[in-house]
Design a protein around this ligand. Structure first.
Ligand code: NAD
Length: 417
């Protein structure tokens, strides 16, 4: 195979992520060559009959970016803009995440190109079942294990599992994760992403006796951000700012998170937005620039960029969201000594507990919440320690060290004839 330094054009485009890692200098030419293409790419187009009797063709994707470490693992998102490039990019990210956390999985991702708001429940069920029928031969407990992602949920996983088991003619709960507990889902999956990040912070601040001396701002109050706020509050940290898409709340003496949760979000379902509360409001932009000890972006990608990086004062940023710090902002932050705990490890709690769900299903077990959290803590702290050790040994940022470990593990298992 001929490799050219400038040959970064792919049939399926995963340029951005690979370019970023390439710039970090943590990949050799040979490693780059081995990960620059997704291994398996599927596009399917299938008809469903809508409630009004009309027929619609649904376009959907599954990309198994790399299967060197085991079956593919990655969510399925329902979104009107989803395309092969995006799914491929996300599958590449999953490959790095499963690798750095030492899971026996490769990286995969799926997408269905629809706006779910435009479909009834029964139409969504047909779309979900159709996805599994079309991709049945490519997925399965030992081939590729899907999970929820943007706009998909335990109900959709449940329909997909049912369809898979009907075709397979046998019970096969390990086919998919993020299921309802009644279908073989795991305890702790709902809070696992924040829980993983929380354990990492426990390591970061292991020497701090009085956690109330640590002021925290959290952007995003959804599944990841609100759980993180609650965990930190209960552990004694001073959470001074939180936000959702409506506004940010600020109290320099610390917010009463349980009270806010009581008034806004119950059992994970949003019943009011933060701007409905009678508390001091600031903007989301101001929240990011607060003079705090710890900043946790837990909403959108790209919120810390070249425009605001100079104004970020927190010495530690924990990426609970995917990609909140853009590469050009990272350079600015690095130059002033900000420690960025990359999403690859910081938000990997979700995929780790997905792995536990698959493992329990294969063994016919159901672990207690305590067992799940103990195992999560061991695994995420173990992976984080390896990243820190390499970063220190080779004088790398945590992100570069994480990427280097992830790529190496994938390449070491490459099957080259
Ligand atoms: P979510 O939809 O439950 O919550 C998102 C939150 O962000 C909401 O509170 C929303 O109001 C807020 N938000 C939206 N736009 C905003 C804006 N412009 N400014 C401030 N806040 C805004 O999503 P989630 O599951 O909590 O995921 C949040 C991030 O974490 C995403 O980047 C996601 O990819 C990442 N992540 C989540 C998981 C998981 O298991 N939930 C796992 C890994 C990574």
């Amino acid at each position: 195979m001929v490799y050219s330094e400038n040959e970064l054009v792919f049939c399926v485009n995963c340029k951005k992520e690979i370019e970023n890692i390439k710039k970090q200098g943590v990949m050799t030419k040979e490693e780059l060559l081995l990960v620059k293409h997704p291994q398996k790419v599927f596009q399917v187009n299938y008809p469903i009959k809508k409630d009004d009797g009309t027929i619609e063709i649904i376009t959907a994707y599954r990309v198994q970016y790399n299967l060197n470490l085991g079956p593919g693992k990655g969510g399925i998102r329902f979104h009107q803009d989803v395309d092969l490039d995006e799914v491929s990019e996300l599958a590449f990210g999953m490959m790095l995440k499963t690798s750095v956390t030492d899971l026996p999985f490769g990286g995969a991702k799926g997408g269905v190109r629809i706006n779910p708001k435009n479909y009834s429940k029964s139409e969504l069920e047909k779309i979900s079942r159709g996805y599994v029928r079309e991709l049945f031969n490519a997925v399965g407990p030992t081939k590729d294990v899907p999970a929820p992602d943007v706009n998909t949920n335990p109900q959709i996983m449940s329909w997909m599992l049912d369809e898979y088991e009907k075709i397979a003619g046998e019970k096969s709960p390990a086919f998919i994760t993020g299921k309802p507990i009644s279908d073989g889902g795991s305890e702790g999956r709902d809070k696992s992403t924040a829980m993983g990040g929380f354990y990492i912070l426990g390591e970061e601040y292991a020497d701090v006796e009085d956690k109330s001396s640590i002021c925290v701002a959290i952007q995003g109050f959804g599944n990841a951000g609100s759980v993180m706020a609650e965990l930190l509050y209960n552990d004694g940290y001073k959470v001074v700012a939180i936000s959702d898409s409506s506004c940010a709340l600020y109290d320099k003496n610390g917010l009463n998170i349980p009270k806010i949760l009581e008034k806004t979000y119950k059992d994970g379902s949003k019943i009011a937005r933060l701007d409905s509360l009678d508390l001091e409001k600031i903007t989301n932009e101001e929240l990011l620039e607060l003079d705090v000890d710890l900043l946790v972006p837990a909403a959108l990608g790209g919120v810390i960029n070249s425009q605001n990086a100079d104004n970020i004062k927190a010495p530690i940023v924990l990426e609970l969201a995917n990609g909140p710090v853009l590469p050009d902002a990272e350079q600015i932050l690095e130059a002033k000594g900000t420690r960025i705990i990359p999403g690859l490890i910081a938000n990997s709690g979700g995929v780790i507990v997905s792995y536990f769900e698959w493992d329990q299903n294969l063994k016919g077990e159901h672990w207690t919440l305590e067992e799940v959290n103990t195992k999560l803590k061991d695994r995420i702290i173990g992976a984080f320690s390896k990243i820190k050790d390499l970063a220190q040994k080779e004088n790398l940022s945590l992100r570069k060290a994480a990427n280097k470990i992830a790529i190496k593990r994938v390449i070491d298992k490459a099957d080259i004839n």
